[in-house]
Design a protein around this ligand. Sequence first.
Ligand code: MV4
Length: 498
Amino acid sequence: MPKIHKLLVANRGEIALRIMRTAREMGIQTVAIYSEADRNALHVRYADESVCVGPAPSSESYLRADVIIDVCNRLNVDAIHPGYGFLSENANFARLVREAGLIFIGPSPESIEVMGSKLAAKAAVAHYNIPMVPGTPSAITDRAEAKIISSQIGYPILIKASAGGGGKGMRVVENEVEFDEQMDRAVSEAQSAFGDGSVFIEKYVTSPRHVEIQVLGDQHGNIIHLFERECSVQRRHQKVVEEAPSAILTPEIRDAMGRAAVDVARACGYYGAGTVEFIVNDALDFYFLEMNTRLQVEHPVTEQITGVDLVKQMIYIAEGKPLTIKQEDLQIKGHAVEVRVYAEDPANNFLPDVGTLDTYVRPQGNGVRVDDGFEQGMAIPIYYDPMIAKLITYGDTREEAIQKMIRAIDEYQISGVQTTLPFCRFVMEHDAFRSGHFDTGFVSKYFTPDKLTPTPDVTETELAAVLAAYLLENTKPKSNGSATVTTQKSKWKANRLG
Ligand code: MV4
């Protein structure tokens, strides 16, 4: 069995650090790659060795498969972990890695390819009795026939691009009158975005919840699931809050979804870590949508409730070890919530607000995990995803995890850029979220910028007064007998403004 001694992480930011931490715990040497924009990044400093692979744009650095494989050969690297995004779901890259005699820490190129096509994925699982939304099983070639099927299914229907994913290339058709126009648009969008104009039709499930199942498969045919993550709180297909377990699943439905997810993985001979995505309607009927063949951003909530280090499992699997975790050994313990902290201004239509982290103080304490890749004083590069951190809290119950999240958000001190923290706080406080009764329409239904807890719009004079008072209080001699009361709130506020 091949043993991995040296691992290159073909990624940046929080996920590169996250992967290298586990590698280090396992006694594996780490190699970072970086672009010219990331010279001072934490993942570069953390790695045992690091190599600049090109200029800032991803296409000239983090996406340069040839350069990355070349680095591996030069540095005697055994394996590549692709993280998420970038080359992680690129079947050709996985193939090139394999052909270079290296280990790709992820599924086979064939699995990536099948699941990268929605239609191929549907075809692959066809014999496994997986619940799927009523629709066309193959690409639409005959419009008249497609219209007949659509009226049989019943409007509204969705036209989806086979090569699409994450909400890209979808069109809702409310009635037959709109059909041709939307079909034209869908096909031309799919053609220009993915170079593949194949589309198919599904019944449109209104107000669905997004529930996904984490799976792990080894190279010997063993596949297990690690329960679900609820990811319904999202904005324009960008997840904002994720949690595990879901507040609405019963043990029976969880079990059925878990078994369906394992079957989906089995259908494509899956090994590695993967995520099977379902939509769930208000009657708790669930339907398979697609499978993501990578480690996902929100994997930590699963780690918190199962105690399994998913990256460690991915490495063992890549080495060819059989899974040692049995399905019956796994149980959900406690509840975990994750919020994504973006350098975006929630008061201004979530406009990216890149800049320098003038103040950056992480929350700490029991049940708080921060996965990030920045330190105070660092600039957030404009070239990549503006996610600053993932803030994860863990408690015995959902309520406890939420209360911890509110506490942690209030402790987090970031200045220099606007962040989505106030928006995340709004979600945590919202009755619909707290009750567990929400769907993918949560943000558009409930959020407007005026719902953000007003951070006082302080003028410079007021700010000076607050600071003066703060400094006076804190530089007073302690022994004058009279107690000085500084409230926690005012302390944090002074910090935040400074
Ligand atoms: C759907 C759907 C309703 N009906 N399919 C969006 C992302 C992609 N993975 C699938 N998506 C959807 N597919 C049918 N037949 C609604 C969505 C959808 C959605 C799904 C998960 C999370 C957020 C979403 C937001 C809008 C639409």
